[in-house]
Design a binder for this molecule. Structure first.
Ligand code: AKB
Length: 336
């Protein structure tokens, strides 16, 4: 008999680590984590960890004989800046890896006659605003607005959202005999900020980088202009949103893809929050034209009404609480 598990790919990344810890705190001992890298030592015993690649068909062929995936959190991805330097690799990992996993999960759904829940973190990178005037005017974008990504990562995420919708409703539509489909659900995340990990390869990284540098007494040159604005969210809220979406009643979900957000800040407002906690922080602004272009194309805010309406989404951390209660105390402790 196959063992029922929750599969987390990209488990050693920022969201993966936070999600595994959160599941472990609820007493869940059925997490199978997968990543190219080991989990940190302090996460020993939190999951059954497998070193592996999301592009490895043989690995998945083996895993399905042993495990029954009840929920899959497919977090493995190359982020936006890294993807611009390696677009072909990004496409392989972000699209081909997702396709492979969706196929496996769709087939497993049919075999067991019960849908596998496939939870997919998408991103503000799926949006592409044409100019700063439009960005200021259409401040809070809705899910269907401005779906014109300008990055390989954004294209990959948007396409995978569509693939998920396809696998959830139309897979094998001409030959299928069983109606059991994949249960695909996605959230579009803003820039995420963790107190315990630092991001790598993203373009929203200037926020968390500024904060972590300040806490370590290191100078930081922010790679976007002072007035650059995007939405952000503290990591605990990101994890809560994934868990809540996974737990939501299927019948309540009127969309497959939902915006979620917490607060929008300009880079200079972000710096000012950092300075409140670390008044001696040395933060300068040295915009990088290319990365600035990406941030300018991302929305200033996300309209998350649908998530609030359908599955009760509400962030616990606004900007004040995120800094005062989660980020600053935990980051101070981390670098003490
Ligand atoms: C990135 O900057 O690439 C990510 C994202 C916004 O999805 N943090």
């Amino acid at each position: 008999m196959r063992k029922k598990v929750i599969l987390i790919t990209g488990a050693a990344g920022e969201i993966g680590q936070a999600l595994i810890k959160s599941l472990a705190a609820t007493g869940s001992n059925q997490v199978l984590s997968l990543d190219l890298h080991d989990l940190p030592d302090d996460m020993d015993g939190y999951s059954t960890h497998i070193l592996g690649d999301v592009l490895d068909k043989n690995l998945f062929a083996r895993l399905v004989t042993e495990y029954d995936f009840d929920v899959i959190y497919h977090l493995a991805a190359l982020l936006s800046t890294r993807s611009e330097f390696a677009p072909e690799l990004a496409h392989q990992v972000n699209v081909n890896g997702t396709l492979l996993l969706m196929q496996m999960a769709a087939e497993q759904s049919q075999r067991r006659g019960e849908p596998v829940r496939f939870i997919f973190p998408s991103s503000i990178a799926v949006y592409g605003l044409p100019d700063l005037e439009t960005k200021a005017r259409d401040f809070y974008v809705r899910e269907w607005d401005w779906n014109y990504p300008t990055t390989m990562y954004g294209c990959n995420k948007l396409y995978c959202e569509m693939l998920g919708t396809y696998f959830g409703s139309h897979y094998q539509q001409l030959s299928r005999t069983t109606p059991t489909m994949l249960d695909f659900r996605a959230v579009r995340f803003p820039g995420l900020i963790s107190a315990y990990t630092t991001p790598s390869g993203g373009t929203s990284d200037y926020g968390p980088e500024m904060l972590h540098a300040a806490a370590q007494g290191k100078p930081y040159a922010c790679f976007v202009r002072e007035d650059s604005v995007i939405p952000f969210m503290a990591m605990p809220d990101a994890v809560t949103s994934l868990l809540q979406l996974a737990a939501a009643e299927r019948a309540a979900l009127r969309r497959t893809v939902y915006n979620v957000t917490s607060f929008s800040l300009t880079a200079v407002q972000f710096r000012d929050e950092v300075l409140k906690a670390f008044p001696n922080a040395q933060i300068t602004f040295e915009p990088d034209v290319q990365r600035q272009g990406i941030v300018d194309s991302w929305p200033a805010g996300l309209a998350d009404k649908a998530a609030r309406r359908d599955w009760g989404w509400e962030p616990a951390y606004d900007v004040a609480r995120a800094f005062a209660e989660y980020l600053v105390p935990n980051i101070r402790q981390r670098y003490q």
